[in-house]
Design a protein around this ligand. Structure first.
Ligand SMILES: Nc1ncnc2c1ncn2[C@@H]1O[C@H](COP(=O)(O)OP(=O)(O)O)[C@@H](O)[C@H]1O
Ligand SMILES: [Mg+2]
Length: 317
């Protein structure tokens, strides 16, 4: 029963909040294999999508390569806010060049279907793996190392992702952080007037306007902490949030008042303590992403190394 609840909990993601998203039903392009997204870009299949976008695996004739076309939903094309947000996402992606952050190749803001062209990261989303598979400790530690390196880099570029969660990580070699759609530069954070992010993964300072002045790189450290927690526990550290409009702030965002539930027994104590620190209620009490990286390194190094088969290179005669 618990498993079923967790599954439903992970699959739905309607609770993402953006500064500009009005509540309206999702519309879809419904493109199939061979349909044109725009000239030179052909849809192959739908990969996923949220409130504003549909993401298609596509073939790019200019790059002669598979790519992902992240296309504004039909209902959003006429919405200037949504188009501006797409241009901002493209600018954010141009600002960031890191092995663990998805690369963008192009942005097309005019035409019938405004879209971003992204590298195609081949692999399952972490959220899917959490639902379907056992994830070994060494994979969890590598994931933590990789995502904390990306978060550290973003802090040096004055960017906060604000939506680090299992749905926005693709497990490839290395793992890749995607979806910069609500990311903000430092100077933009001060203008925030409503919660941004995904309800059950939000740091307290994302959820509570009284704490908005604490938004910053530590907010992403929380996101990584929640992500690692989900990876180990296959469930949330906090009770299920209420989506009732009339519910109190504390019921809508239990993370404001509740301590995280203990991690499963068997979790290495140093890792559990680190995740506990990453989920500190006050941003100032959390480790930096660089400190998280430094703390994870010896944990990963202490694991028994997999035995690799020896390959012999034949000597030239
Ligand atoms: N570069 C990519 N490579 C592979 N799949 C991707 C890529 N970008 C997006 N996707 C797929 O599309 C989904 C939606 O993309 P995302 O950028 O997260 O948009 P949204 O803002 O709608 O959440 C992702 O969860 C993932 O399944
Ligand atoms: Mg997403």
């Amino acid at each position: 029963m618990k498993n079923l609840l967790v599954r439903r909990d992970l699959r739905d993601a309607p609770e993402r909040q953006t500064a500009t998203a009005p509540a309206e039903p999702k519309s879809a392009w419904g493109l199939g294999e061979g349909d044109e997204v725009s000239p030179g870009l052909t849809a192959l299949r739908l990969l996923g999508g949220g409130e504003r976008y549909e993401a298609y695996l596509a073939w790019d004739e200019r790059l002669l390569s598979l790519v992902v076309a992240k296309v504004l939903r039909p209902g959003r094309v006429g919405d200037q806010n949504a188009r501006d947000a797409m241009a901002a996402e493209a600018a954010m992606l141009r600002r960031l060049r890191h092995p663990v952050i998805v690369r963008a190749f192009d942005v097309v803001t005019d035409g019938e279907r405004p879209h971003l062209v992204l590298e195609h990261v081949n692999g399952p989303r972490l959220s899917t793996l959490i639902r379907t598979s056992a994830i070994a400790l060494d994979q969890t530690l590598s994931l933590g190392l990789q995502v904390s390196s990306a978060a550290h880099y973003m802090s040096t570029r004055d960017v906060v992702h604000l939506d680090i969660k299992p749905q926005n990580i693709i497990m490839s070699g290395p793992a890749r952080l995607i979806d910069l759609s609500v990311a903000k530069r430092g100077d933009e954070l001060a203008g925030m007037t409503s919660p941004i992010g995904t309800t059950k993964y939000m740091a307290p300072e994302q959820a509570d306007p009284d704490l908005f002045d604490e938004l910053g790189p530590a907010t992403d450290v929380w996101g990584i902490g929640v992500t690692l927690y989900w990876t180990l526990a296959k469930g949330s550290p906090f009770p299920v949030p209420s989506h009732e409009a009339s519910a109190s702030k504390e019921l809508r965002y239990p993370q404001l008042v509740r301590a995280p539930a203990p991690l499963p027994t068997g979790t290495p104590s140093k890792l559990a303590a680190l995740i506990g620190d990453m989920l500190a209620p006050r941003a100032a009490d959390r480790p930096t992403a660089a400190e998280v990286h430094t703390a994870l390194e010896p944990l990963a190094a202490a694991l028994p190394r997999p035995q690799l088969a020896r390959f012999r290179v034949p000597k030239r005669k």
